[in-house]
Each structure stands twice: as C-alpha cells, then as structure tokens.
Write a protein that binds this ligand. Structure first.
Ligand SMILES: [Zn+2]
Length: 187
C-alpha cells in the first residue's frame, strides 16, 4: 500500500462515517486573527492548542520558518486576503525555538539538489534572472530578529490597512510556552 492509497482509503471511511461533522465551521475566523507559524511538524497542532484556539477560530498560514520572505509572495497575499476578504483584524507571526529553517545553510541543500539531478548551471541561470539561490535558501541567526523583521514587512506593506495590530511571538516546541516579541497594540 502506498501512502497515497492509505490516505485516500482513510478518507473514504472518514466521509462515510460523517466524521467531518465535528469540524464544520464557516470561512470567516471566529477570533478574527491570522496566524503565520512554521511548518515544523511539532507545531501542526501545538501552535494553536497552546493559545486555546480551535478549528474555525483563525486563518492559519504555515511556511518554512514563519518568514515573510517577499512582500508580494503568497504568504503576504494570504494575509491581505484574510484581512480584506475574510474578516481578520489582527495578525500574529509566530516563530519557534530550534527552527530547522532558521538553521538552514544554503550549501548543503544546494549540494543535495545537485546530487538529485539539478545542474550547477541552473543556479547561474537563476542568478542572471535575479534569483540568488544562496540567499533565498538562507535561514536566520536569531528567531526574535526574524520575527521582528517579518512583523515590520507586514506592518509597513503599502497595501496593509493602517491600525491592524501585527504581533510577534516565539513558541517553545517542547512545552508550548509562547513569549511575546512584538506587542502589536503598542507599536
Ligand atoms: Zn521552524
């Protein structure tokens, strides 16, 4: 059995047994918050449970490192959609300690890419198109600095509504403790 077959087999039972009923909610977040957190497996549930949030409460965006890497990338676009079209009126960027993306160095990943068939010239070609893979794949030294930087990018985005609080927090992936880095009500 492949993973895909396992997943689809489970899904058939899930729907037939009406297990979806416990998750029924609306498209608008009950707590009017957009949460941007890391895709770390330890945080899939912990990032929301640690704040007392349940299904239907928030708009939840997860990516590598909880980083806004580009002002017109899909994460920033998702935040704007949540604010303008889905009723969110606060934003929280949540980084975490021991982040795999934070520790990411471009060279080992680029070597891995080449071992798996990506040609070295491809990096050069991309560089000529303005994409420096080395800096694109670089993590961060301090999670607090990374969070503060992402909070600033959202807050000062030309299309962001003025007055929407943008909070920054860091979660401990082992015990779920959340520390405040930026209080969006004060800045
Ligand atoms: Zn992470």
């Amino acid at each position: 059995m492949s993973l895909l077959n396992d997943l689809l087999g489970y899904n058939e039972q899930f729907v037939n047994n009406k297990e979806y009923e416990q998750y029924v909610t609306t498209k608008s977040p009950d707590k009017k918050l957009v949460l941007i957190s890391c895709m770390d497996t330890r945080l899939t549930e912990l990032s929301t449970k640690a704040l007392g949030l349940k299904n239907g409460d928030i708009k939840h965006i997860q990516n590598a490192g909880a980083v806004i890497s580009h002002p017109y990338g899909s994460t920033m676009r998702s935040i704007l959609v949540a604010v303008y079209m889905l009723g969110a009126d606060e934003v929280m960027v949540m980084g975490h300690h021991d982040c795999g993306f934070g520790a990411l160095k471009p060279e080992p990943m680029m070597n891995n890419m080449m071992e798996r068939g990506i040609k070295e010239e491809t990096f050069e070609t991309l560089k000529h198109s303005g994409i420096d893979v080395t800096s694109w794949l670089k993590g961060f030294d301090s999670v607090e600095e990374s969070i503060t930087e992402s909070v600033g990018k959202i807050k000062h985005h030309p299309l962001m509504v003025e007055g929407v609080p943008i909070h920054g927090t860091v979660i401990n992936p082992e015990n779920g403790k959340v520390d405040l880095v930026v209080n969006g009500y004060e800045s």
